[in-house]
Write a protein that binds this ligand. Structure first.
Ligand code: ADP
Length: 162
């Protein structure tokens, strides 16, 4: 039941100075930060991370997405908690900020639509990536973090929230 999940604060979140506010939401909910680092990704890591996007969303989206994801550093986080994969994904909100509910990160900090992004030939800048399911989370955490970069420790929340 205790799971680890990968979160990336995308270049738009970093450049807009929203790292702290977004991380606070996860800390407030009681998730443990097992790992954290800034990474300026290469196209190669981008392709590995988004290996299935061309098939699901098309080559054009993958190209725009790689351009966006390599235009500045991201903050990579490994968060841990009870059913963390689903919980964190829920806090991120729907892929399209226009549809994402208020109260979610994508709904509160953006409002762009698929149609607008496609017309402008750019990726949807939606602030955050969160692993889609438990299997994906395992693969993504292993892709982004070495075992020694992940930490096991007790947080205050464990007495009351876990
Ligand atoms: P999610 O990040 O919500 O799991 P996907 O894995 O399907 O969504 O897509 C990866 C990322 O590609 C999205 O978060 C978004 O930044 C971008 N993206 C997806 N679809 C489009 C689209 N039609 N136009 C532009 N960007 C897109």
């Amino acid at each position: 039941m205790i799971e680890r999940t990968l979160v990336l604060l995308k270049p738009d979140a970093v450049k807009r100075g929203l790292m702290g506010r977004i991380l606070s939401r996860f800390e407030d909910a009681g998730y443990k930060v097992a790992g954290a680092k800034m990474v300026w990704i290469t196209e190669d890591l981008g392709r590995k991370h988004y290996f299935d996007v061309a098939q699901r969303r098309g080559e054009k989206v993958l190209k725009a997405l790689l351009k966006f994801m390599t235009n500045g550093p991201v903050m990579a986080l490994c968060l841990e908690g009870i059913n963390a994969v689903d919980g964190v994904r829920k806090m991120a909100g729907s892929t399209e900020p226009k549809q994402a509910l208020p109260g979610t990160i994508r709904g509160d900090f953006a409002h762009i639509s698929f149609a607008h992004a496609d017309k402008e030939d750019k990726a949807i800048e939606n602030l955050i990536h969160a692993s889609g399911n438990v299997g994906e989370a395992k693969q993504e955490v292993a892709l982004w973090f070495k075992p020694e970069e992940l930490h096991s420790y007790k947080i205050a929340h464990q007495e009351h929230v876990f």
